[in-house]
Ligand binder design. Structure first.
Ligand code: BDR
Ligand code: CA
Length: 314
């Protein structure tokens, strides 16, 4: 199984991702770290602990991380995720506590432990990347030991938070830029699972009902998450969102990537937080770009077999 750590802002689809990472035999979930994003940090931590408890994985340590972005003020997305950040499903409060280590310390420990075991860690950020940026700055040696980073964020052509930017990157653009730069500096491969593919893996109403009919605690939670009305498309389907990024680790052939230079817009009146994916020909205009070459080369997900990823999640 692939050793991995999720960094989350749980979050309906973060919860779906945690379920998959916690329960799939092909994955070895070592820890989950939390950042403010979809909901304020306290809600994110509570939701994360609750999901792990329902999944029977109270052995997975949960690290409390950044309350707010590096520079920006926090802006949550409760209009998308419900007032508790997780679909107002009326879930019980968790009985477990977060790990005493804060997120960057837990990330450092797990990166070093996996490296020492000869199976370096895959880090999967599904939230604003504040914690990951701090890891890169506070413990660069541990960051350098990562096997790869696969993050949900950005988009080559699609946006949601603003007309130009995706939520996770818009929330903390400096953190995203810093992480991409750290991946170059420490030679850590980075994959961007962005909005170009994010909406493709979708659960149908019938599939959601089939989960509900199973009646187990995990399936009941999964069914609740897939039927939160604010997230359901007009055709009755619902994206598994962040869980698709986790599923892509298990069926890499379901995702088409291109290695492209990526920059994060840190200025811009209307474009702050946009990921600028350079899709020009290598031999053409790119060479004469007055900005010079972009540092970060990112495996950008541009196509996906949504049903294949959805089926892995189901
Ligand atoms: C991202 O923002 C959050 O609302 C989701 O959990 C996902 O990580 C999509 O833009
Ligand atoms: Ca998320």
């Amino acid at each position: 199984p692939i050793p991995l750590v999720l960094d989350v802002d749980t979050g309906i689809d973060d919860a779906m991702a945690i379920l998959l990472a916690a329960l799939h035999p092909g994955l070895d979930l070592r820890a989950v770290t939390c950042a403010g994003g979809n909901a304020p940090l306290e809600d994110v931590v509570r939701n994360t602990l609750t999901v792990l408890e329902i999944a029977g994985r109270t052995d997975v340590p949960v690290g409390v991380g950044a309350r707010r972005p590096l520079l920006e003020q926090p802006v949550d997305a409760r209009h998308v995720h419900g007032s508790d950040g997780m679909g107002d499903l009326g879930l019980p409060a968790p009985r477990t506590q977060p790990d005493p280590r804060i997120a960057v310390e837990l990330l450092r420990d797990e990166a070093e432990r996996a490296y020492a075991q000869g199976r370096p860690l895959t880090l999967v950020p599904l939230a604003p990347m504040t914690n990951v940026a701090l890891l890169a700055r506070v413990h660069p040696d541990a960051f350098a030991r990562l096997r790869r980073v696969v993050f949900m964020g950005g988009g080559a052509d699609v946006s949601n938070a603003t007309a130009a930017a995706e939520f996770n990157v818009f929330h903390d653009p400096e953190a995203t830029a810093l992480v991409l730069d750290a991946c170059v500096e420490h030679d850590v491969p980075v994959t961007m699972y962005g909005l170009d593919v994010f909406y493709a893996p979708r659960v149908t109403r019938e599939q959601s009902q089939a989960l509900r009919d199973l009646g187990t605690p995990v399936a009941t939670l999964a069914a609740g998450l897939t039927s939160f009305h604010q997230r359901v498309f007009q055709d009755g389907t619902m994206t598994v969102g962040d869980a698709g990024a986790v599923a892509s680790l298990l069926v890499p052939q379901a995702v088409r990537t291109e290695r492209r230079p990526v920059r994060v817009e840190l200025a811009g009146t209307w474009t702050r937080g946009r990921t600028i994916v350079d899709r020009r020909d290598w031999t053409g205009d790119m060479e004469h770009d007055p900005h010079g070459p972009a540092r970060a080369m990112v495996d950008v997900c541009l196509g996906v077999d949504g049903d294949a990823l959805r089926d892995v999640w189901l």
